[in-house]
Design a protein around this ligand. Structure first.
Ligand SMILES: *[C@@H]1O[C@H](CO)[C@@H](O)[C@H](O)[C@H]1NC(C)=O
Ligand SMILES: *[C@@H]1O[C@H](CO)[C@@H](O)[C@H](O)[C@H]1NC(C)=O
Ligand SMILES: *[C@@H]1O[C@H](CO)[C@@H](O)[C@H](O)[C@H]1NC(C)=O
Ligand SMILES: *[C@@H]1O[C@H](CO)[C@@H](O)[C@H](O)[C@H]1NC(C)=O
Ligand SMILES: *[C@@H]1O[C@H](CO)[C@@H](O)[C@H](O)[C@H]1NC(C)=O
Length: 595
């Protein structure tokens, strides 16, 4: 469903400049409205928040952004906290970029693909101390690395092709690749998967820069042994659709590598921009609607405020980066301009693809794409993203259920909570797309779990703790190419080098992406294990919640130990992948959506 293309300002009432920050007695326990000791003061405090937190269109688009006297105060306070850190971090990265560039040149520039490893060697000691994930640099020509990235690093676009679905493109030699199964056989047997980035075919549609890319369609399949492998890639260039080439593993290595890199470019660009809507904007707007309807004494407000730590800095940072062309977000090596990127982000947001709330609940969303619980075709033998994400998210759900059940004896009590019901109505007015009805204990536990999923899972995989270490790691994922997409096959590796980024381009790419990384927070209380570890918050809850929170931390510590013990087996694989995917190590990945 397409929403109206322009957000308009609504509910913008005159700000009351004299409203105090809070007139509310915040108390030492969270309470429901029905049990509030001072209902009149509580209602007045909510009213003051409604006057001081208003909605405003944001220049970048996406969801509304807060404005108003109280909102401005909070934003200014948060800004004073995050901005110096951002500037300090950017300065350090700038110094590291210069050292990295000097290091590459001193080591003799790039003349082979293998030389791109120099981009990371003994560099980025503060911002990327361990470089890309183990295997990304050494094993990238292995087809399983390419295919398994779709089941780990970039899991949000892949889908299983349905039995009667129209195929994206033909692959005449499919049987020679699959050991006898034609494209149609794969489809009928439920073994065929696809990604479709034809939207990114560049030029005209999406304004392009002086770098080159394509909009790719790609097929993957489950082979007879159960391995998940790539089948074919069709890079589409605007104006040259009819003559688009179809690449397969049967092509010469450099041709096939170029095709795989083009898919990586698409997935990397998609993660970069889609995460703004998918993790930040949707969480921000739901939270803003909650601020306007829930008392600060409400337990749900308490947990939301813990999850949404400093949310208002993200878009201003991005805005600053885009408008100033600052090195950390400049569009220098993407094939698409900054304006095109913002357009793409809004397109995904307004179409609901990134912004829909309930439809993006991960279990049903991955099921809808046929990746889990599919009644059609073989099961995926290994699905690293889902295995890790579900372990963490279900542990979170357990805490949310205990938390909610400790306040509401039954579903009726949820339906009778006037503040929760007001949040639901407010969410419509705030244009939180597809916000679910709050009619049971499970429904509210699910909403809170999804909020935590934005921050702990989506934001880390698409940004903070993943992208620069896998889907944007060199040499396999250059942000853009220096030469137009070829119209015939027959590249040598030497030819391919002419497409690849210069040392400046490589350094731009690393520095752009490590801005979001927080290696200095490894093993600190900023990580997922500490999601509920907030003494002030816990003191206002109850014994059951505190016990659930403690259990969560123990299970996350156990899981972190498991992630850190991962190694390559005798076939050089881990969970079927030639690289170690550890983006969701709960003692490394931050618990909140940092950037
Ligand atoms: C809040 O900040 C916005 C953006 O700077 C400004 O336009 C608005 O007038 C401010 N509102 C109040 C009440 O201070
Ligand atoms: C590195 O090599 C490329 C390709 O030969 C060349 O264009 C570039 O100027 C070189 N850069 C430096 C700093 O030597
Ligand atoms: C990064 O650390 C390594 C190991 O301590 C050191 O050899 C290297 O010089 C450092 N790099 C920079 C750019 O400081
Ligand atoms: C997190 O750790 C830091 C440093 O040890 C400490 O100053 C801070 O109070 C801790 N935060 C919480 C919420 O426990
Ligand atoms: C992947 O890389 C690791 C580390 O370099 C190596 O031990 C492993 O054998 C490689 N796997 C494959 C399948 O090549």
């Amino acid at each position: 469903m397409m929403k109206s293309a322009r957000l308009c300002i609504l509910l913008l009432t005159a700000a009351v400049s004299a409203s105090p920050l809070s007139t509310e007695d915040t108390g030492d326990r969270f309470t429901l409205p029905s049990a509030a000791p001072n209902y009149i003061a509580r209602a007045a405090a909510i009213q003051a928040k409604r006057k001081g937190w208003l909605y405003e269109e944001y220049p970048l688009g996406g969801a509304f952004y807060p404005t108003g006297a109280l909102a401005n105060k909070t934003i200014a306070k948060q800004q004073a906290k995050w901005f110096p850190t951002v500037v300090e971090h950017a300065k350090l990265i700038d110094a590291e970029s210069k050292a990295a560039l000097a290091g590459i040149i001193a080591a003799g520039n790039f003349s082979t693909l293998g030389d791109y490893a120099k981009t990371y060697e003994n560099q980025w000691n503060m911002s990327l101390p361990n470089g890309p994930m183990m295997g990304m640099i050494t094993n990238y020509t292995d087809d399983r690395l390419f295919s398994m990235m779709r089941l780990s690093a970039t899991p949000y676009k892949l889908y299983r092709v349905a039995r009667h679905e129209r195929l994206l493109f033909p692959v005449d030699n499919a049987a020679s690749i699959t050991g006898g199964l034609s494209l149609r056989d794969l489809q009928i047997q439920g073994r065929l998967f696809a990604e479709d980035y034809s939207r990114l075919k560049s030029k005209r549609d999406l304004e392009s820069t002086d770098k080159y890319g394509a909009g790719c369609q790609a097929y993957f399949y489950i082979d007879k042994s159960g391995d998940f492998l790539p089948l074919a890639v069709k890079p589409i260039v605007k104006g040259r659709e009819e003559s688009a080439l179809i690449y397969t593993p049967k092509d010469k290595p450099a041709d096939w590598l170029l095709a795989k890199m083009l898919v990586n470019q698409n997935d990397g660009f998609h993660s970069t921009w889609d995460h703004v809507g998918k993790s930040h904007s949707v969480a921000e707007i739901s939270y803003l609607a909650a601020i306007r309807t829930l008392s600060n004494n409400h337990p749900v407000m308490g947990i939301l405020s813990r999850l949404e730590k400093q949310p208002w800095g993200v878009r201003p940072n991005l805005q600053t980066g885009l408008t100033s062309g600052a090195s950390f977000i400049g569009p220098q090596y993407y094939p698409w301009t900054a304006d095109a990127a913002v357009g793409y982000l809004n397109e995904l947001y307004l179409s609901g693809e990134s912004a829909d709330f309930e439809r993006n609940y991960y279990r049903s969303e991955f099921k809808k794409r046929g990746l889990v619980d599919s009644s059609f075709g073989p099961k995926l033998k290994s699905f690293p993203f889902y295995e890790d994400a579900s372990l963490i998210t279900e542990a979170i759900r357990e805490v949310m259920e205990v938390f909610i059940n400790s306040y509401y004896p039954n579903d009726r009590a949820v339906r009778k909570d006037v503040e929760l019901q007001a949040w639901y109505r407010e969410a419509k007015a705030a244009r939180v797309y597809d916000f679910p009805r709050i009619n049971s204990r499970q429904s509210i536990a699910n909403i809170l779990t999804h909020h935590a999923y934005f921050n702990t899972i989506v934001s880390n995989v698409m940004s903070t703790n993943g992208i620069h270490m896998n889907s944007m790691a060199l040499p396999f994922s250059p942000a853009g190419f220096l030469q137009p997409i070829p119209s015939e096959k027959g590249l040598t590796e030497e030819d391919l080098m002419k497409y690849m980024p210069t040392p400046e381009g490589a350094v731009w790419q690393v520095s752009t992406y490590v801005v979001g990384h927080r290696p200095m927070w490894r093993d600190t209380n900023e990580t997922i294990s500490h999601l509920f570890d907030d003494k002030i918050f816990l003191a206002k809850t109850n014994a059951k919640t505190r016990a659930a929170a403690a259990k969560f931390m123990t299970s996350m510590n156990d899981f972190s130990a498991e992630v850190r013990a991962r190694a390559f087996d005798q076939n050089g694989l881990n969970r079927g992948m030639p690289f170690l995917w550890d983006a969701l190590d709960p003692n490394y990945a931050p618990y909140w959506a940092v950037i």
